[in-house]
Write a protein that binds this ligand. Structure first.
Ligand SMILES: Nc1ncnc2c1ncn2[C@@H]1O[C@H](COP(=O)(O)O)[C@@H](OP(=O)(O)O)[C@H]1O
Ligand SMILES: [Mg+2]
Ligand SMILES: [Mg+2]
Ligand SMILES: [Mg+2]
Length: 347
């Protein structure tokens, strides 16, 4: 019996690989010299969206970026730069099995209009039924610009359930505890068929599973950006759990990837203010990856993340991702810390 979503998985990995080559070259050519922020985000979404469209022309896409500003932009050369970089990534030879037999070999150069349209194809509003892809071309843009962690994130959602997640992490050490082994990994999960880590060239799949954990070897994974998740809340939850090790701070869904391969032990993301709604592209690939590695992903109330409400997670409040044994303990401590906060606000 053939595995489900074989073609989708091949196409998704090919698309993420090309986008990673692109973001790497954007960093080396542009970010290191000048701050042309967003060039990588636009170009990578154009590349991934073009590849998806060629393979699955009927599938809608929920992408983070849109091309409105780019269309309006003139005189800076930014749009030309993006088109050039996207075309380089689309036609370049990547080596390995670039799936020519699925029509996924190096593509043809595209016009400016075609690439702007490809970016704008990410405007699907989402919803509860049918197939859709989510693209976060550069997740952790702040980390990307700092030369730290970022991730190229792609998922396939079918009837509100994430079926495939692919996360490319060009700057992530192959093993956090052995930085000398080099950086660059791709994480892939197919619902019901496990999670794996590949090299950045798409080779050497290693199955992933979250090992059992105790409080002694636990530390939290959390955002670098204090505006994105409450560091002080995490400190309180750590204290309640008796965790003494400092948190591992890292941008992007690389946190889900580290968790899936047994680094850290829990990813906790609590809102810093009222009103922000988490975006589906910031969590869909990470959710299926962690679940397929044997973990649990919920919001801070223990509810599953709802990917069927549109472009955001709606009423889901915060995110807790952890191994099966750790998750209930973290959830309980989060409840305790929340009720302490309520109590404080009352008096
Ligand atoms: N106030 C806020 N609260 C939570 N997340 C936020 C936020 N403002 C932006 N974000 C999201 O946080 C993501 C980065 O997460 P992290 O902090 O884990 O690296 C951003 O993704 P992008 O970088 O793709 O825009 C963005 O979507
Ligand atoms: Mg993001
Ligand atoms: Mg992004
Ligand atoms: Mg963004």
């Amino acid at each position: 019996m053939s595995l489900p979503y074989t073609t989708e998985k091949q196409v998704a990995v090919a698309a993420v690989r090309r986008a990673c080559v692109l973001t790497n070259s954007v960093f080396n050519k542009l970010v290191k010299n000048e701050t042309l922020t967003k060039v990588g985000d636009y170009a990578a979404q154009a590349v991934i969206s073009s590849i998806l469209h060629r393979a699955f022309p009927e599938d809608p896409i929920v992408g983070e970026e849109d091309a409105a500003d780019l269309r309006a932009e003139s005189g800076t050369g930014m749009r030309e730069r993006i088109i050039e970089l996207a075309n380089e990534a689309l036609v370049g030879e990547l080596g390995l099995d670039d799936n020519v037999e699925w029509g996924m070999g190096p593509g043809q150069e595209k016009t400016t209009e075609e690439l702007l349209d490809a970016i704008d194809r990410g405007n699907y509003p989402g919803g509860p039924s049918g197939r859709m892809w989510t693209i976060d071309p550069i997740d952790g843009t702040k980390g990307f610009l700092r030369g730290e962690q970022y991730a190229v994130c792609l998922s396939l959602i079918v009837d509100a359930q994430v079926e495939i997640g692919v996360i490319g992490c060009p700057n992530l050490p192959v093993d956090l505890s052995k930085p000398e082994q080099g950086t660059g990994c791709i994480f892939v999960a197919v619902r019901g068929h496990g999670a794996e880590q590949l090299t950045l060239s798409g080779a050497s799949p290693e199955p992933l599973s979250i090992p059992a954990s105790t409080s002694e070897n636990l530390n939290f994974l959390e955002s670098v950006e204090a505006a994105h998740s409450s560091h002080s809340f995490n400190d309180r939850v750590s204290a309640l759990l008796g965790i003494t090790r400092p948190p591992i701070r890292m941008d992007s869904q690389a946190k889900y990837c580290c968790l899936a391969r047994g680094e850290g032990g829990a990813y906790l993301r609590m809102p810093t203010g009222v009103g922000y709604r988490e975006k589906i592209w910031d969590h869909a690939p990470g959710q299926v990856l962690v679940e397929e590695a044997g973990g649990i992903v919920t919001d801070s109330r223990g509810q599953p993340l709802n990917f069927g409400l549109g472009r955001t997670l709606g009423e889901n409040f915060g995110v807790i991702a952890a191994g099966k044994d750790v998750h209930p303990r973290v959830l309980e401590a989060v409840q305790k810390a929340l009720s302490e906060e309520k109590e404080k606000a009352r008096v």
